[in-house]
Design a protein around this ligand. Structure first.
Ligand SMILES: Nc1nc2c(ncn2[C@@H]2O[C@H](COP(=O)(O)OP(=O)(O)OP(=O)(O)O)[C@@H](O)[C@H]2O)c(=O)[nH]1
Ligand SMILES: [Mg+2]
Length: 275
């Protein structure tokens, strides 16, 4: 596979068409169903989980699709018909600070059904805060009145949220024999597509010395580094400018890049599911 931390590679990956995306997802879900296991999707709210999953599964490519404007509260399950039975291939666990989140993490990660893989989603600090009151509070009371300050705060939230998930994963490894793989999706790539920003994101999430990377390494150390492979892959799904406190970060990628990024991400998932 080409290095996922380059935009140039997306241009070639973009030749993968939409039909290809649908077919790849069918192969991935058949692999998951064959193993009778699930893919768990975790993350804090507003990082783009639901929209990303809709693109990976092809749902978003149907005409008239628009991303849910509401927060997801319950565990979203992607079911698939396989032969005569309907089984669940994918469970999206809602974001933090909802009881459903804790139940979801416990239910999926501590349930009887083995987990084949965990997809944890982060978004390089570009979290969508939907609630107007919460936005106002963050700007006025917390003083997060620039995109830079806001993202710094969100980086910490991403880490705090990951620690909760990491603890659940650690317990999973204690209780189960199988060893799930992990993919860290660094979402909203269209908002940090320049070379310099991409490099900064790579440093943070995927390089020794990176703050988030240190948390990944800590988890790997706890469960045994050989037992947990982690791929860190940038991706995007919904191309939209990011607005915060009167500042705008422009979405800098086009649809073919997005489709290329989705196809490339699916390739990582498929490779992992085959092992
Ligand atoms: N620029 C950009 N914006 C995105 C992208 N993906 C999602 N968004 C924005 O982020 C918002 C939130 O996405 P969701 O998929 O609903 O987020 P979620 O993680 O499911 O949130 P909860 O359901 O609250 O946990 C979307 O409505 C879009 O406005 C992306 O790839 N790029
Ligand atoms: Mg959601």
């Amino acid at each position: 596979m080409t290095d996922p931390w380059t935009i140039a590679s997306l241009a070639s990956a973009a030749y993968e068409n939409r039909e290809g995306i649908r077919k790849t997802w069918l192969r991935i879900s058949n692999l998951l169903l064959g193993k009778k296991s699930v893919l768990a999707v975790t993350a804090m709210p507003g990082v783009g989980k639901s929209v990303l999953v809709d693109h990976l599964t092809g749902v978003a490519y149907k005409q008239g699709y628009s991303p849910d404007v509401v927060r997801s509260f319950d565990v979203e399950k992607s079911k698939l018909k396989s032969g005569h039975s309907k089984r669940i291939a994918l469970s999206v666990i809602p974001g933090q600070d909802s009881p459903q989140r804790t139940d979801g993490l416990e239910g999926v990660l501590q349930g009887k059904k083995p987990i084949d893989g965990i997809m944890h989603v982060v978004c390089n600090g570009y979290t969508t805060i939907r609630d107007l009151g919460a936005r106002e509070y963050l700007v006025k009371n917390k003083g997060l009145d620039t995109v830079e300050k806001f993202r710094k705060d969100q980086f910490q939230n991403e880490i705090d949220d990951f620690m909760v998930t990491a603890e659940a994963i650690r317990r999973y490894f204690n209780r189960h024999d199988n060893k799930p793989w992990m993919v860290l999706a660094v979402d909203k790539l269209d908002l940090f597509a320049s070379d310099a920003e991409l490099m900064a994101a790579h440093l943070h999430y995927a390089s020794p010395g990176g703050e988030f990377y240190a948390r990944l390494e800590r988890l790997r150390g706890q469960v045994g580094a050989d037992n947990l492979v982690v791929d860190v892959v940038p991706v995007c799904s919904w191309l939209e400018d990011f607005e915060w406190a009167g500042q705008t970060v422009t979405s800098a990628l086009k649809i073919p890049h997005r489709d290329g990024a989705i196809a490339r991400f699916q390739q990582v998932l498929e490779d992992r599911c085959r092992r």
